[in-house]
Structure formats: structure tokens, C-alpha cells
Design a protein around this ligand. Sequence first.
Ligand code: FES
Length: 82
Amino acid sequence: MPNPLALHLLHEKQKMSDTKICCNPKGPIIVEGDVSITDKYGRPLDAGKKKNMHVMCGCGQSMKKPFCDGSHNQGDDDDDDI
Ligand code: FES
């Protein structure tokens, strides 16, 4: 009979491998996968409409931290990010 702990750990490892984090040098950090975003007390933060994709602020300018609000684009004509 399979060890329940080993099965649990295997399942957790498989879930983690489904998570993708893409860092944009101009700001946003895109987190895709089954993750929960919480504050420092563990309370869930409302990440918006898409549950499996989160756009996090990496530039420090967002007024909706930890989420990106597009402020990183101010004064930048380059539209290659979100
Ligand atoms: S990355 Fe900071 S506002 Fe978008």
C-alpha cells in the first residue's frame, strides 16, 4: 500500500510544477498557476477576475500593491509588457 505522506508530497510537488513565474525587467511579475496570494497575516488578497493568473507589481509604483496597476508604463512608450 502506498505511503499516504509520500502520495501527498508527490501531489504537492506536481502542483508546484504547474506554477509559472515570469519576471519582466520593466516591472510586472506574472504568476500563473494554482496559487493563493495572502497578506503577511495569511489573509487572502483579492487577485481579481482570473484565479490562475496574477500580475504582481515588481516596480514599486503601483497604488494597488502587491498587484500591478499599470503605473510602470508611465512615461514609457514601449508597450511590450502588460
Ligand atoms: S509593475 Fe509596478 S505598476 Fe506594474
